[in-house]
Design a protein around this ligand. Structure first.
Ligand code: GLU
Length: 299
């Protein structure tokens, strides 16, 4: 089933659709609360929809029960989403159909180069498996990156310019272990769900150029991009589930909500027992221009 074919690139500006797309690799921590809250406030302040997608396509990195825990935490913070949750694990047929099509049209190819070989190429893949007279029939799958994008406009961070080698590299869309790459799944699903603007942390600023390339190659209408400062516990060290960042409190969400608002440069709101009233106040006073223009902030 190729659900991808349902994507229709038509929309108007008032049809704002945002999303929060956590990977279920652990419970929500303060850094992911900031990303969820930032995207929620932006969507709701524009009268738009806010969707949640669980990015569960990397089983080795998943923690049992984490997806449910994340959803329960969002609910405890009053971050109510629209419609059904999309689980990427239910989209594997669509990803495979896209890959089959790309392979059949010679827009992607199998690659058997090792990490060591790529290091010897200078760290950036030189496309050699894409030039073989007898192409490989198994291995990782790389896209022929014919639409390499080196710069883009971010609604918050401004003009973002990236390393040319990274931007133009033929990157992996399906790993040699059979798992679909984040870049492929995220682009297909943002299009499938009609996402008009992606709001997330600055850790994903660099991969954005690859996502724009894929959008162009797939003739999808690219969403707009808005990257928020990352919560770090030391310079260059983002809070992350992998680093065992502490799960945020769901019993008394009022304090963390105000801490997340303050992190985003917003005014704290009046503590109330009903968190939804606090959120409504935060939506009403949301000011994009007050968010610090920094890629990371150390707590
Ligand atoms: N699933 C990714 C993560 O949890 C985020 C993907 C995205 O927002 O594009 O880091």
């Amino acid at each position: 089933m190729n659900q991808d074919s349902t994507v229709t690139p038509t929309r108007t500006q008032s049809d704002y659709i945002g999303r929060f797309a956590p990977s279920p690799s652990g419970p929500l921590h303060f850094g992911s609360l900031v990303a969820a809250l930032g995207s929620y406030l932006r969507a709701r302040s524009l009268g738009g929809k806010w969707l949640v997608r669980i990015e569960d396509i990397d089983p080795p990195r998943e923690v049992t029960g984490a997806a449910d825990m994340i959803l329960q935490t969002l609910s405890a913070y009053g971050l109510n989403w629209d419609g059904d949750i999309l689980y990427q694990s239910q989209r594997l047929d669509a990803y495979q159909a896209k890959i089959d099509k790309l392979l059949s049209q010679d827009q992607a190819y199998y690659c058997q180069c090792t990490r060591k070989q790529i290091q010897a190429m200078g760290g950036s893949y030189d496309g050699r498996c894409g030039r073989l007279d007898s192409p490989h029939t198994h291995g990782a799958i790389r896209i022929r990156n014919t639409a390499g994008v080196e710069r883009f406009q971010d609604l918050h961070m401004g003009d973002v310019c990236l390393d040319t080698d990274f931007a133009t590299e033929d990157f992996i869309i399906k790993r040699s272990d059979g798992l679909y790459a984040y870049q492929l799944a995220v682009v297909m699903d943002d299009a499938f769900q009609g996402i008009t603007e992606v709001v997330r942390g600055c850790d994903l600023l660099t991969p954005t150029c690859r996502q724009i390339s894929l959008n162009q190659q797939f003739s999808y209408q690219s969403p707009l991009w808005l990257h928020l400062p990352l919560v770090c516990d030391a310079p260059g060290m983002k809070l992350s589930k992998q680093n065992h960042a502490q799960a945020i409190d769901t019993d008394k969400p009022q304090t963390s909500l105000n801490a997340a608002l303050t992190f985003l440069g917003q005014q704290a709101v009046t503590p109330q027992s009903d968190i939804r009233e606090m959120l409504a106040e935060a939506v009403a006073q949301f000011d994009l221009s007050a968010i610090p223009k920094q890629a990371e902030i150390v707590l």
